[in-house]
Design a protein around this ligand. Structure first.
Ligand code: ZN
Length: 131
């Protein structure tokens, strides 16, 4: 039973080669891109968080009531009566949302989205109807 080094002496083309300068450069570039992406994602997340904070503050003035969520059952479904007289429901717990021209149609649309796995924190309708 020979050693690996014996084997590679017989088959030098199969011996592990030290990485070439090109491979090292490639790996370095890859690591740099990964680091830049991480920075970019962190910046995006931070920007998003700030924008959401500002939006939440703006929203509060339109808060009309808080009712039971048709999806998760928590009494954390915020109902906003927006400037445009449009109603917007957003669950603070599970994230489901819906809108309508009155409270019942907004609640109806919210209930219709059960199981759709939507979250107003990902794409808020407030940006669309709130201003
Ligand atoms: Zn909910």
């Amino acid at each position: 039973m020979g050693e690996w080094s014996d084997y590679f002496e017989d088959f030098p083309e199969e011996a592990p080669q030290p990485p070439s300068a090109e491979e090292i450069a490639k790996a370095k570039l890859k690591a740099n891109i990964k680091a830049m992406n991480a920075d970019a994602f962190a910046l995006i997340a931070e920007t998003k968080r700030k924008a959401q904070g500002a939006e939440q503050q703006q929203k509060e003035q339109y808060l009309d009531s808080t009712v039971e969520c048709p999806q998760c059952g928590e009494s954390r479904l915020n109902v906003y009566k927006l400037k445009s007289d449009r109603f917007l429901c957003e669950c603070q717990d599970c994230g489901i949302y819906g809108t309508g021209t009155d409270f019942s149609s907004a609640l109806h649309q919210t209930a219709g989205a059960i199981g759709d796995d939507i979250d107003w924190r990902d794409s808020s309708l407030f940006a669309e109807y709130g201003k």
